[in-house]
Design a protein around this ligand. Structure first.
Ligand SMILES: NC(=O)C1=CN([C@@H]2O[C@H](COP(=O)(O)OP(=O)(O)OC[C@H]3O[C@@H](n4cnc5c(N)ncnc54)[C@H](OP(=O)(O)O)[C@@H]3O)[C@@H](O)[C@H]2O)C=CC1
Ligand SMILES: N[C@@H](C=O)C(=O)O
Length: 199
């Protein structure tokens, strides 16, 4: 796969007409780690993480130089609920979210927009490949693919950074994100917190 990724990366770097990169390709798994094949987990990381980084790294310099561009990263709700499916899959999507958060900050003021989409269960071939046919999921938690894409594009048109199509009460995300931001200034200090001081 590395050769294929390098080839696509070169195409992106060499083509100034490309203004949008959608990092959508990805695979998942539903089995617990101890019942998973190690090579399949490595292949998942190569696709969900490494390819996404490589293609983003290929696209961003041109976007910045030309003063416009859009990166859409397809993460998942498992980015923030990794207990839900296979942990390597959850970890790979947590990476996508964290990478997008950092990239968004790096690109501030560049007119390059970053969007990260966190779909819940969506009716695609993903589930067959992940080892649990979608028909086994409760239908009230499965969104049709078209509805997911329409919602993601509406989020993009509103210049959203994070788009979570299934989350009806967006203040839940806002509270979660506000707590993270509030903690951010307290996470690096020159001495341990009182609870870690002996005596
Ligand atoms: N379906 C769901 O419930 C959810 C999906 N997602 C994410 O959405 C994204 C799209 O998945 P979805 O459409 O649902 O699933 P599909 O299985 O329908 O599509 C997967 C996509 O990834 C591509 N792909 C798979 N393996 C490789 C590979 N080795 N090299 C290059 N491309 C590859 C496929 O390409 P090709 O068609 O050529 O094989 C296809 O375009 C993924 O990142 C997934 O993690 C996130 C949350 C929920
Ligand atoms: N978001 C889905 C997979 O990635 C799910 O958790 O159902």
């Amino acid at each position: 796969m590395a050769d294929d990724v390098n080839r696509v990366a070169s195409l992106i770097t060499d083509n100034a007409e490309i203004t949008m990169l959608i990092n959508n390709a990805g695979v998942g798994a539903t089995a617990p780690l101890l019942q998973s094949d190690a090579n399949a987990m490595s292949a998942m990381i190569a696709l969900n993480v490494e390819a996404l980084v490589r293609l983003t790294h290929a696209a961003v310099p041109g976007f910045v130089a030309r003063g416009r561009g859009t990166i859409i990263n397809i993460a998942s709700i498992v980015a923030i609920t990794p207990e839900r499916l296979n942990g390597v899959y959850g970890g790979s999507k947590a990476f996508v979210l964290a990478f997008s958060q950092s990239l968004r900050q790096e690109l501030e003021g560049s007119n390059v927009h970053v969007q990260v989409v966190l779909p819940g269960a969506t009716a695609t071939d993903f589930w067959d490949a992940a080892g649990l046919p979608v028909a086994y999921l409760p239908e009230e938690i499965v969104m049709p693919a078209g509805a997911l894409v329409d919602a993601a594009l509406l989020g993009l048109s509103r210049k959203e950074f994070v788009t979570i199509p299934s989350l009806h009460d967006v203040t839940q995300w806002d509270v979660y994100e506000a707590a993270r931001q509030a903690m951010a200034g307290n996470l690096s200090t020159n001495k341990p917190a009182a609870r870690y001081l002996a005596g």
